[in-house]
Design a protein around this ligand. Structure first.
Ligand code: DAT
Ligand code: MG
Length: 149
């Protein structure tokens, strides 16, 4: 089953949106297989956002993402990487479609509530950065027979 790494950023945690965000993925049919609160150490932020470290916005991004605890998750399901990115919406909430997480719950690019892996390869990399294999649960959701044909 395809997996992805999803993370409620400090603004989402502080604004009490963790439950709402978990619910959106659970109700869609995706299976929560790992979750934890963590304030990300600087070194992990650099590794996670390696592609952005040289960008002008990185210092602000690093200050924001380490400003409080994040809620880190691994979800699983068919096509979850693509579907979860669609559910999250555009990077800048100002242009994110209504019905998406960022389009419904955020206003500005620097505080856009949630991270989601952008490809299957990125998802494997990010899960490896943030979770040990033994932190991932293995189980069958009882409704899978009514989700998958
Ligand atoms: P996404 O989170 O949609 O995958 P990304 O990988 O391009 O977007 O950027 C990572 C995060 O960095 C993004 O969620 C918010 C921040 N960011 C990106 N571009 C930015 C910009 N031009 N100004 C400020 N923050 C930016
Ligand atoms: Mg990205």
């Amino acid at each position: 089953m395809e997996q992805t790494f999803l993370m409620v950023k400090p603004d989402g945690v502080q604004r009490g949106l963790v439950g709402e965000i978990i619910s959106r993925f659970e109700r869609r049919g995706f299976k929560l297989v790992a979750a934890k609160f963590e304030r990300l150490p600087d070194a992990r932020v650099m590794e996670h956002y390696a592609e952005h470290v040289q960008k002008p916005f990185f210092p602000g991004l690093k200050a924001y993402i380490t400003s409080g605890p994040c809620f880190l998750m691994v979800f699983a399901g068919k096509n979850i990487v693509k579907i979860s990115r669609d559910m999250i919406g555009a990077t800048n909430p100002a242009g994110a479609a209504p019905g998406t997480i960022r389009g419904d719950l955020a206003l500005e690019i620097g505080m856009n509530v949630i991270h989601g892996s952008d490809s299957v390869e990125t998802a494997a990399r990010e899960i490896g950065i943030h979770f040990k294999p033994e932190e991932l649960a293995s189980y069958t959701r009882i409704d899978e027979q009514y989700l998958y044909e």
